[in-house]
Design a protein around this ligand. Structure first.
Ligand SMILES: Cc1ncc(COP(=O)(O)O)c(C=O)c1O
Length: 408
């Protein structure tokens, strides 16, 4: 089944009891839903190796849950590698996508035996040689196929990412001159690819299939990236995974290489929710403004990408439209501080709890302390189990790493 979980599928009573215990803003992540999403993807791609893209949600409990299911982890920094190993993932199950990697990150990665490093520039090749790296590498290829929910995440056609197909073939042809072992090729079209954009992704797969057949060495794997989109708004449709999978295999064509996928959002988006309390309501002639205690610092997607998230009042879930044309905004001193624009809320009063759906991907992971608001807490649920997996920061935590200068 390709079903996607919506806000109304959550138990409002349970969410309200979590708020009573842990306060708001509060992220809730459902580990069992993560397992279900992972299983759905792995049964659509039974022969593929899945490397969960940690950037979508780096919580230790999430990494642990997926690691125990056999997933590898795709990491983009030493920090993500560190978090993954802390969650019990072996380096052999880690794929490090080194995008313009800082020296300390490269140093950290080359020290991990059996890791695979995915690189997309000649300078990174040189820097690996300078470090006497002799392990596994993968070549990231810019296929020119970019797709995704926003231009900022349609990285497949951005020259920052990857070698051109010609450069990749040239590197493959010189494989014997390198100390390291070239084991795979990779491309990523972008994040949040909708069913309507899947043809772009197929072009990417076709290019990767062609390169693997022209490669002078047999490749262990072809990594087709992540990017599987999920529906956020009422008009969005879920991907039909069995259709997507057969199109992907057709586009790749004949190959003996294993297929690798790097899904982030698909695994965690609908497993997470953000709960927030209404502080203020302004009734205006043109629209209404509902001010809550979460904001762009808690969930930046609406401010950064103009993303839509479903929002419901779970304290009084009336289906009336008492508050039409409503803006839901946070406490940040910026007009970009938007969580919902032009939405319809039922009758609401200060103190009510709003739930913001599909907040499991790129929510907590992108949270900041902007305007000096301590970061929120996160609770994991798993069947009947409930556990605080990230403590709420305190005001004192804001200054934890601050040093006073000694010349005043
Ligand atoms: C290289 C790479 N792989 C995987 C992903 C995960 O994408 P998504 O969360 O859309 O599946 C990203 C996200 O941008 C990425 O850059």
């Amino acid at each position: 089944m390709n079903g996607h979980r919506t806000l109304s599928d959550w138990s409002y009573g349970k969410l309200l009891s979590l708020v009573a215990e842990y306060g708001t803003p509060l992220y809730v992540i459902d580990l069992d839903r993560i397992r279900k999403n992972y299983r759905r993807l792995s049964s659509a791609f039974p022969d593929a190796n899945i490397y969960y893209a940690a950037k979508a949600n780096t919580a230790g409990a999430v990494l642990q849950t997926l690691g125990r299911m056999g997933a590898g982890i795709e990491c983009v920094s030493a920090g993500e590698l560190y978090r993954s190993m802390r969650a019990g993932i072996e380096p052999a199950k880690l794929l490090y996508t080194a995008v313009n990697p800082p020296d300390p990150d490269l140093d950290f990665a080359v020290d991990l035996s059996d890791i695979t490093i995915n690189i997309g520039s000649h300078d990174t090749l040189r820097r690996l040689s300078e470090r006497n790296y002799s392990g596994r590498i993968c070549l990231r290829i810019n296929t020119g196929s970019g797709a995704g929910h926003h231009k900022y995440v349609s990285t497949g056609s951005d020259a920052k990412f990857g070698f051109s197909p010609e450069q990749a073939l040239e590197i493959l042809s010189k494989y014997s001159s390198y100390d390291f072992n070239i084991v795979g090729i990779h491309a990523h079209a972008g994040s949040g690819i909708s069913p309507q954009e899947m043809d772009v992704h197929q072009n990417l797969c076709k290019t990767l299939g062609d390169i693997s057949r022209s490669s002078p060495i047999d490749l262990e794997f072809i990594d087709i990236g992540g990017g599987f989109g999920v529906p956020y708004g009422p008009e969005d449709t879920p991907l039909n995974l069995s259709e997507v999978s057969s199109k992907i295999y057709n586009s790749l064509g004949d190959t003996s290489a294993n297929i690798v996928l790097e899904p982030g959002r698909y695994i965690v988006a609908d497993a997470g929710i953000l709960l927030t309390t209404i502080n203020t309501i302004k009734y205006l002639d043109s629209h209404n403004i509902v001010g809550v205690d979460a904001g762009m610092h808690t969930l930046i997607r609406p401010a950064l990408y103009g993303s839509y998230h479903d929002i419901k009042n779970i304290s009084s879930p009336h289906n009336d439209s008492s508050l039409p044309n409503t803006t839901v905004t946070g406490p940040i001193c910026e007009s970009a501080d938007l969580l919902g624009v032009n939405i319809e809320l039922g009758a609401s009063t200060p103190g009510d709890i709003l739930a913001i759906g599909n907040a499991g991907a790129y929510g907590e992971a992108m949270e900041s302390q902007y305007n000096s608001f301590p970061r929120s807490a996160t609770v994991a649920i798993d069947g009947e189990n409930v556990g605080l997996i990230r403590k709420r920061e305190t005001i004192e935590d804001l200054c934890l790493y601050e040093n006073e200068v000694d010349w005043f």
